[in-house]
Write a protein that binds this ligand. Structure first.
Ligand code: FRU
Length: 327
């Protein structure tokens, strides 16, 4: 018999999945009890950090293949699509829902509906605007923003003495990491009378090409720019490329966030970025916690993943530890 799934755009089925009403009784040694399903709604896979996130999550889930099936849906960077996919998971009564939201306001109501339906929800990396979730796993983006702000102040002359003209390129403005990375940066930089923020209201939506075009415009408007702070490495790299194309890359420091060794790490090594900050993906921890929930255990309300700076001084050790050659 052939079974067809209801059409959900972007739904990937890396592990076998049938509509749950049609799932065979396949629970381990317990006839009549179906195997558990952990469903993951990933907002996008257009950025390399998301691809790494999915890879880490799937690899960890493979260790538990006899305990549950994993279903991964890619919302292709669209809030409406992600809401639709989460609705679908609620209808299917999945056992644990993992969500990494595109943005906060758009995803909050559907996450609450999942909780109302009795499904445990782990929110990953970007948060929603409700306390009514099972748990949140992600980095402390305010802290990462502060670390970037501290680096910028040091780079521009040190506490109380820093001088320079700064451009900030936002990630998606409706997402919590962008909001927190902005606030953390301001915690440091706004206290420095010698630092002038030339631009801090441009939404680059985490994309390299948007970073490029925001910087291209900024270069035309401002004869002097000393430092660019972008909310992720792809946008910082895009800004660097724009400056290079305009022949102005040499005098400008480019600071990003993510530090994927093969990307931001290598860009620091090559001297294209001045610094980046590790933003670990929550993939492995999400699966560990989902497994606990399936076993009836509790999980902490918040799990904060650590960060650290990758600069010219630390990049060699960083790349070596990640097993990445620096050619
Ligand atoms: C990928 C990404 C990362 C960033 C994170 C923030 O989609 O933009 O580059 O650190 O999301 O949520």
């Amino acid at each position: 018999m052939r079974l067809s799934l209801p059409h959900v755009p972007g739904l990937l089925l890396p592990f076998a999945l049938l509509p749950l009403s049609l799932l065979p009784a396949c629970g381990k040694g317990s006839p009549g009890k179906r195997k558990s399903v952990v469903a993951f709604s990933q907002c996008t896979t257009t950025e390399p950090w998301r691809v790494l996130f999915n890879r880490e999550l799937k690899r960890e889930a493979e260790k538990h293949a006899d305990e549950f099936d994993l279903v991964v849906a890619d919302a292709e960077d669209r809030t409406d699509r992600q809401v639709e996919q989460v609705e679908n998971f609620i209808r299917q009564k999945v056992d644990v829902l993992l969500v990494s939201p595109k943005e906060s306001p758009g995803l909050t109501p559907v996450v609450e509906r999942a909780i109302d339906a009795g499904i445990p929800v782990l929110v990953l990396d970007r948060n929603v605007a409700t306390e009514r979730v099972t748990a949140f796993i992600g980095g402390d983006n305010r802290e990462i923003g502060r670390a970037a702000g501290g680096f910028a102040v040091d780079h521009l002359g040190g506490l109380g003495k820093a001088t320079g003209k700064v451009i900030e390129i936002w990630g998606g403005m409706a997402s919590t990491p962008a909001q927190e990375r902005h606030l953390g940066f301001r915690d440091y930089v706004a206290k420095e009378p010698g630092i002038e923020i030339l631009l801090d209201n441009q939404d680059g939506d985490w994309k390299q090409d948007r970073g490029y075009s925001i910087m291209e415009t900024a270069l035309k408007a401002f004869p002097r720019i000393d430092l660019v702070y972008a909310h992720n490495d792809p946008m910082a790299y895009g800004a660097y490329l724009a400056a290079k194309d305009a022949g102005r890359d040499k005098g400008i420091a480019f600071v990003g966030i993510d530090a994927i060794p093969e990307e931001g790490g290598l860009w620091v090594k090559k001297g294209w970025l001045t610094a980046t900050f590790v933003y670990a993906t929550p993939g492995v921890e999400a699966i560990r916690q989902a497994t606990k929930l399936l076993q009836g255990e509790t999980v902490p309300e918040t799990t904060t993943l650590p960060t650290r700076a990758v600069t010219r001084e630390t990049v060699d050790a960083f790349l070596a530890a990640a097993g990445v050659g620096s050619k």
